[in-house]
Write a protein that binds this ligand. Sequence first.
Ligand code: NCD
Ligand code: ZN
Length: 485
Amino acid sequence: MKSVDLVIRGGSVVAPDRIVQASVAIADERIVAVGHDDVMPPAQREMRADGLFLLPGAIDSHVHFRDPGYPHKETWQTGSAAAACGGVTTVFDMPNTHPPTGTREALALKLKAAERSFCDYGIHALLGDDTVGHLEDLLDGGATSFKAFVGNTFGNLPAPTDGALLEGFEKLAPLGIRTVVHAENSSIMARRQKVMQDAGRHDAQAHLDARPAVAEIEAIGRVVTLAEWAGARLHIAHHSAADSLFLLRAAKARGVDLTVETCPQYLLLNTDDILRLGGILRVNPPVREPRHNQPLWDALMDGTIDMIATDHAPHTPEEKTRESIWACDCGFPGVETQMPLMLTQVNLQRATLMDYVKWSAVAPAKAWGLYGTKGVIAPGAHADIAFVDMNKTGTLSQGRLQTISKISPWHGRAVQGYPVHTLLRGRFVMQHGRLVEDAITHGRSVKGVQAMPAARPRNQEHYSSAIVTPPAGVRPNAWPEGMLR
Ligand code: NCD
Ligand code: ZN
């Protein structure tokens, strides 16, 4: 029998529907066998994983690695190091860099920066009025997907007009390309913020008061309408409010090809923490009142929300702790802390490890056309594996994070459950909790892996006959033949 590169023995492999004790054999970056210890091929290298769980490496649909443009906040190198140390093997980077990722030149700069990466990556290019005319060009240049900043946020990119957004969806639908939307209503928020500022409000709560849940409800309603009309694939970023879940449920019931992420901060933090953390917790959309937390968990459980992303959005301690809340930059790092935070919730029996794998790996892999190659530990897939110790306890400490911006709302939080090694396509990028420095150029684009067959054809008839049952022959969210579910 031909010898393979690595056999991992004694671990428990986690799939969305089962956990099995199995050994895993790896050759040429891919998993070649999963099964009983006795049937493993001979290997150059053997490793024991007794007591550890083997999870498909997490896929984070939403990170801001700031490169090019803001190297004092993060670089591709430090952001991807944080991913590797957090058990995250693939990230999708956001276009609010400088220059914004809306031209071939800017995209080339980003892809150049990403040549030094500890994780694999996709690039969300910018969908806006200035870019809608050359979306295919951006795809040719290496973009995997698009992002529309419908709600104003860091970078101050103008929200696309509804006309441009619809046109973008109409162009992307036949290509099957999914668009991420930051769904908040900019005009509501700009007006409210001015009212707060005129009233002399500078406290942390004023940020939330300027961005009420109705801004999210309105924006989701609008973008779902446009995407549904065009038959385009849509992804809602950082879903934050209980009040807008009904729109997601209704859209999914109608067969809209909609995927949704939420983030640990919306599940685990609330206004009590705003008082404690001030500008450190300033983020868009805002962390809301306690009443939102449990409905978001329920929505994950029932599939209304598909996945966990982090919105890793680093800013320096100086930028996060200014006197007025309006002067504090929005966002904070998260790609390295997501897994221990969520595993802690698994230990608290709020979800199973299988649920977690669904949210962290399976669902994002399916959303971005990677499933089968990523998001699963099975023969043929990339050997992207997070080795998890569910018993390891610790305290999250911002000083020890890989990010440049060592300030985190999670600082001081007790956790149980850590990724201890991370394997990216058969190569360790993190071992025993430490970055493997010389794996710095191992990461690569998922563009070559990604397959995004055409979305459901544009179907205004489907829209107007409205629409609880999709027309015959149309399976909601169907994956084409040959793509594993
Ligand atoms: C993000 C950032 O800093 O780039 N900030 C944030 O508050 N979430 C932008 C974004 O995702 O909205
Ligand atoms: Zn956003």
